[in-house]
Design a binder for this molecule. Structure first.
Ligand code: HEC
Length: 94
């Protein structure tokens, strides 16, 4: 019974971690695709690590008002990703 519990807990933790990693990869891809329509992602990469998620939310909203094509949910996903991304994060930055 104890073994079963351990297996279940391990599986659950594994799935949770995998979903976090995939969510992050999805957000990075979204940013790389939608944020490179008007300028290169260098502009974004220059700011990674120096803005909070809140500030990125404002930046992304400004980009949407300039014509960036993101739904509200996508804008939030991208801003949350940018707020935690490290400088030089792939595939956004070269
Ligand atoms: C419709 C065209 C367009 C798209 C798409 C776009 N941008 Fe911009 N971006 C601009 C323009 C125009 C400027 C320069 C004027 C300004 O800063 O508002 C700019 C400037 C920037 C800057 C430098 C200014 C600053 O605040 O440091 C950053 C960072 C940035 N964009 C991030 C993004 C992100 C993140 C995305 C994707 C969510 C994105 N951009 C998508 C048009 C766009």
């Amino acid at each position: 019974m104890k073994k079963l519990m351990i297996v279940v807990v391990c599986l659950y933790t594994g799935l949770l971690l995998a979903s976090l990693v995939f969510a992050d990869a999805g957000a990075a891809k979204l940013a790389a695709e939608r944020c490179s329509a008007c300028h290169s992602t260098d502009r974004i990469c220059a700011q990674l690590g120096s803005r909070t998620t809140e500030v990125w939310k404002q930046t992304v909203q400004r980009m949407v008002s300039r014509g960036a094509s993101l739904t509200d949910a996508e804008a939030r996903t991208v801003a949350e990703y940018l707020g935690t991304a490290k400088p030089g994060a792939k595939p956004l930055c070269q």
